[in-house]
Design a protein around this ligand. Structure first.
Ligand code: DNO
Length: 344
């Protein structure tokens, strides 16, 4: 296991030197943020990020994300060109020493929340999801911090129109087509692909989502069995679905999990939730049980603390402040240490 920490590049308000001081963290998870989705990344841009991190004593072995162009998800003829560019991006990442690429296949929107600063009793704040509030939002004008998007509001409406009539089956076929194209490149270059689950794990605004539950992963791995075709085990995304048994999934997929996003949620009602500190006692995700299942079943991937709260007066990018994620990293490192030592 390698503990990592997400770093949003040179625009991140958290300096690499601070990340370096979180003991147990060996590297950062980052991306080339200013190249539009679908275009090729420059090796020099990646090498620059790598050098900056290395100067701070940190590795750069995980990319989150190399975003997938919507035409690939839509299955348009232009997907061929965008997929070729994606393959070259995998090769460029490999040339820069990257071992794992996180990506998602959610149509149009990445993660969705309705409250970015939900106040807790103790004065902390965090992200929250309220389904009724979400359905009341206008999808034509929606942007959240941290998305890999490249469209303006006008383009957003047009894009949503293109998805009219898109079914789960077709979206899934488009994912399999894409995987069959890119996984041979991963085999050749030694890069692991880690698909991120839908967040939340259900359809939104009438758009289908196909990476939400255990059966979805079974189908994805059956369609393209190579172990390079793996997953990002995001406990917050999968965990929002009361139907997902996370400890069981961690056991079952331990060797396919190339990257784990470990975080906590507190359920409210049947679908709503808010995010909380990483500790097992702070919510409904059995973080300890998941770590134990991963270790016992041979997990050997990257881990990062995921969304944290804003605490101690910090006013950071929602979910991505320094303090609570640093506490999360330390907590998780402790859990791994305890379970690993017990298992020996
Ligand atoms: C949210 C993140 C996601 C994730 C992408 C991966 O905080 O977990 O934005 O990076 O879905 O492609």
């Amino acid at each position: 296991m390698k503990m990592t920490f997400r770093w949003y590049g040179e625009k991140d308000c958290i300096p690499l030197s601070y990340i370096r001081q979180i003991q147990g963290v060996s590297g950062v998870v980052t991306a080339v943020y200013d190249t539009p989705v679908g275009e090729e990344w420059k090796l020099d841009d990646l090498l620059r990020l790598k050098r900056l991190a290395a100067d701070a004593g940190l590795e750069t072995e995980v990319i989150e994300s190399v975003p997938v162009h919507e035409d690939i998800k839509l299955g348009k003829p232009s997907r061929v060109g965008y997929t070729e560019a994606y393959k070259r991006n995998i090769e460029t990442c490999a040339a820069a020493g990257v071992k794992c690429i996180c990506y998602n296949f959610m149509p149009v929107f990445d993660w969705l929340r309705t409250d970015l600063k939900f106040m807790h009793e103790d004065g902390a704040n965090s992200l929250r999801y309220d389904h009724a509030a979400l359905t009341a939002l206008d999808p034509n004008d929606l942007h959240l911090p941290g998305w890999d998007e490249s469209y303006s509001p006008g383009q957003l409406g047009a894009l949503l129109a293109e998805y009219k009539g898109m079914t789960h089956e077709r979206l899934f076929e488009n994912l399999v087509w894409f995987l069959k194209e890119i996984i041979p490149v991963c085999e050749r270059t030694g890069v692991n692909m880690a698909i991120h689950p839908d967040d939340p794990p259900w359809d939104v605004f009438g758009l289908p989502r196909v990476v939400s539950r255990e059966e979805d992963f079974d189908r994805i791995f059956a369609a393209v069995p190579s172990e390079r075709n793996g997953m990002t085990f995001c406990t917050g995304s999968l965990g929002a679905g009361r139907f997902n048994d996370l400890v069981h999934m961690a056991e079952k997929y331990a060797k396919r999990i190339h990257f784990a996003h470990l975080r906590q949620l507190r359920y409210e009602g049947d679908v709503d939730f808010y995010e909380n500190g990483h500790q097992t006692a702070c919510g409904d995700v059995d973080v300890f049980g998941i770590v134990r299942a991963l270790v016992r079943n041979g997990f050997d991937g990257y881990v990062r603390p995921d969304h944290g709260r804003n605490v101690w007066g910090e006013d950071a990018k929602p979910g991505y402040g320094l303090y609570d994620r640093a506490m999360g990293a330390c907590y998780l490192t402790g859990l791994f240490e305890a379970v690993e030592k017990e298992e020996k």
